[in-house]
Design a protein. Structure first.
Length: 218
């Protein structure tokens, strides 16, 4: 287990994204991706920052088997707080998983795991209406939207079309085409396809990063 494997293991152990590790290391997310792909290795300054942040030794990140200590953390390593902390995110409205429409504005708060809220401090909930995304987000559940996370190809995004209508779909973007695809157990839903020649404006409101089933709220 070399540097590449140690970096991958560290992210799994502390449940962090490439973007979060990049901030700790003082590099771009692409650099972390390069490390994990074996295309480059982190510099000593980045290694030191990661080690200092987690209370590890540099050897834990550099040497073969450095992160291979089972469930036991090395002396001084930071252990996530096992005591659950209360956290909430605002419920700002409802989003239709079907035909686009403007969401209602609500004034409620939905519980969310503290670690999720910590990673997405600006996130908010929308409640799902409709079944066009029922394979992943059933009607009635609460989806957590991070407005600061730009959707990538394959992300589930919430967008507004022509300034007012909102819709949640799986997003795929080409050079001149945007496709918003349903993932439903029901037949009849079709892709929303917008090309550069269409007279439509599309605004991205964020990416779905977590969801809360409605039955767990009862």
């Amino acid at each position: 287990m070399g540097i590449r494997e140690n970096i991958v293991e560290l992210r799994k152990r502390y449940d962090i994204t490439q973007e979060e590790l990049a901030k700790i290391a003082g590099v771009s997310r692409g650099a972390v991706s390069q490390w994990e792909g074996g295309f480059s290795e982190p510099r000593m300054g980045s290694i030191q920052r990661i080690a200092d942040h987690y209370g590890l030794k540099k050897s834990n990140l550099i040497e073969d088997g450095g992160m291979n200590f089972g469930s036991d953390l090395p002396h001084g390593a930071k252990i996530p707080n096992s005591e659950p902390k209360p956290a909430y995110a605002p419920l700002l409205g409802r989003v239709h998983a079907g035909a686009a429409q403007e969401p209602d504005i609500l004034d409620e708060k939905i519980p969310v795991p503290y670690e999720v809220r910590e990673r997405h401090p600006d996130a908010y909930f929308l409640q799902v209406e409709g079944n066009c995304m029922s394979k992943v987000y059933p009607e009635g559940c609460y989806i957590l939207i991070d407005p600061s996370r730009a959707p990538q190809n394959g992300s589930v995004a919430v967008v507004s079309i022509d300034g007012s209508d909102y819709v949640m779909r799986r997003m795929y973007r080409g050079a001149s085409t945007l496709v918003l695809s349903p993932e439903s157990w029901d037949e009849g839903y079709e892709d929303i396809v917008i090309t550069s020649s269409d007279e439509h404006s599309v605004e991205f409101h964020g990416t779905v990063v977590w969801f809360q089933p409605s039955e767990e709220m009862e």
